[in-house]
Design a protein around this ligand. Structure first.
Ligand code: HEM
Length: 141
């Protein structure tokens, strides 16, 4: 296995752990659970998200950037990660009311699933018809 492939696998594992952790913390936030204040609950997400970012950047460099290429779905992942961090901050820290916090939490999860679909399907528009299908549909009218 190449280092690029190892990076992508580490990245995918960090993606899964990040989502599970974020969903759990959101549920604890909604239930006002004291678990949210536990030391490991505060530290682990930073470790997981750092691994997610570094493995993603390593994979992007090894697979694309060093060849002077940047696929659109990698841009989706970078911009998406920034937006996910901001929404996550509002969901778990900055949101003043539970309505704001829970809306930000749901939006962050939807965004995360979109970014994952873009990465997994290697396209910035994962839920749109493939070009050939769109062309066939356009031709049918
Ligand atoms: C919330 C943030 C992110 C999520 C949810 C996410 C999700 C994913 C997923 C699900 C995959 C597919 C893994 C597989 O095929 O096994 C992937 C691949 C990848 N990600 Fe991310 N990612 C994120 C952020 C980033 C960032 C910041 C970078 C760095 C620039 C990055 C670079 C990559 C690269 C290079 C691949 C491999 C693409 C390929 O195989 O063509 N990702 N990502």
């Amino acid at each position: 296995m190449t280092i690029a492939q190892i990076s992508v696998h580490v990245h995918a594992l960090a993606v899964l752990l990040s989502l599970i952790g974020f969903v759990l913390r959101g549920i604890w936030m909604l239930k006002d659970s004291p678990r949210l204040k536990a030391r490991w609950v505060k530290i682990t997400p930073h470790v997981v998200d750092t691994v997610l970012l570094l493995s993603g950047v390593a994979a992007a460099y090894l697979m694309f950037w060093r060849h002077g290429v940047n696929p659109d779905y990698v841009t989706v992942m970078i911009v998406g990660l920034l937006a996910y961090i901001v929404l996550g901050l509002f969901a778990l820290k900055l949101g003043k009311t539970k309505a704001v916090r829970s809306s930000a939490w749901v939006a962050a999860i939807v965004l995360f699933l979109y970014i994952s679909a873009a990465g997994g399907m290697k396209t910035a528009t994962p839920f749109m018809a493939a070009p050939s299908v769109a062309a066939a549909q356009a031709g049918a009218h």
